[in-house]
Design a protein. Structure first.
Length: 255
């Protein structure tokens, strides 16, 4: 599968899986058959991808590794709610690059502290995710640093798609894949990886009620920016679908 409007395809996810092998763990699938309501929903069982066991504690290590490994760069800038920043800081330390992570006002202090402990500089932006990403782009342009967007980056998307690739390799009979949606990099990557499945797999994005930017944008037929939300799911506070992620998700929603 190659989505309209982007050069990315399922082959990029496979290439990412090879590139990140080593720095990124292959996490297990955990059975959750005892969850209430499965029979009533017509589900045979549920599998949970244990990305909390990933290096840095989240799937973000995958996209950061794919974006940074093999690149000769001395400085890196990223905007993040926390987990992407932790992943970028860890990979920058591994490659010897200096990292700056821009976080929105109200971002978790514990995650900011974790980023600093990894040797990266933390800059706070007034406002929400949109203001954060705007400042990150400006800092990267002003300093000549490599900008590693938390979701709207081809290498990041392909790296995040390796989550679904591993799932499909271990559960080839999968019918539904539920994906939490922040910026949409994981969702877009999973949509690409679904093209490698031996049978049709429906990929379903899950958004907070107050941050339904993909649902609203898909209904409108174009990316729509929503006001900054106050959801407790701080990693899912994205305000607008990305220019790269949106056509991939839109294509996946109609296939």
């Amino acid at each position: 599968m190659t989505a309209a409007g982007t050069r990315l395809g399922a082959g990029d996810v496979r290439a990412a899986a090879e590139r990140i092998r080593g720095p990124v763990r292959r996490t297990p699938l955990l059975a959750a058959d005892a969850l209430p309501g499965l029979a009533e929903a017509g589900l045979r069982g549920v599998l949970l991808k244990a990305e909390h066991l990933q290096r840095g504690g989240s799937f973000k290590a995958r996209g950061a590794a794919n974006a940074l490994l093999g690149r000769d760069t001395a400085t890196v800038v990223a905007g993040s709610s926390g987990n992407h920043g932790i992943a970028v800081a860890a990979l920058a330390r591994r490659t010897g690059a200096a990292a700056t992570v821009v976080m929105a006002a109200g971002a978790g202090r514990e995650k900011a502290d974790a980023i600093r402990r990894l040797g990266a500089r933390v800059v706070t932006a007034d406002g929400g995710v949109a203001a954060r990403d705007q400042l990150a782009r400006r800092l990267a342009a002003d300093t000549g640093a490599l900008l590693v967007h938390s979701s709207d980056d081809e290498r990041v998307i392909a790296g995040q798609g390796t989550v679904a690739l591993e799932i499909l390799e271990e559960a080839p009979d999968l019918d539904l894949l539920f994906v939490p949606v922040g910026g949409g990099g994981l969702l877009a990557g999973c949509c690409l990886a679904a093209g490698l499945a031996a049978r049709p797999v429906r990929v379903i994005g899950v958004e907070p009620q107050e941050a339904r930017r993909y649902a609203v944008s898909l209904a409108a037929g174009n990316p729509v920016e929503l006001p900054a939300s106050r959801t407790v799911a701080d990693g899912l506070r994205g305000q607008r679908p990305g220019e790269i992620t949106f056509p991939i998700v839109e294509d996946g929603s109609t296939s």
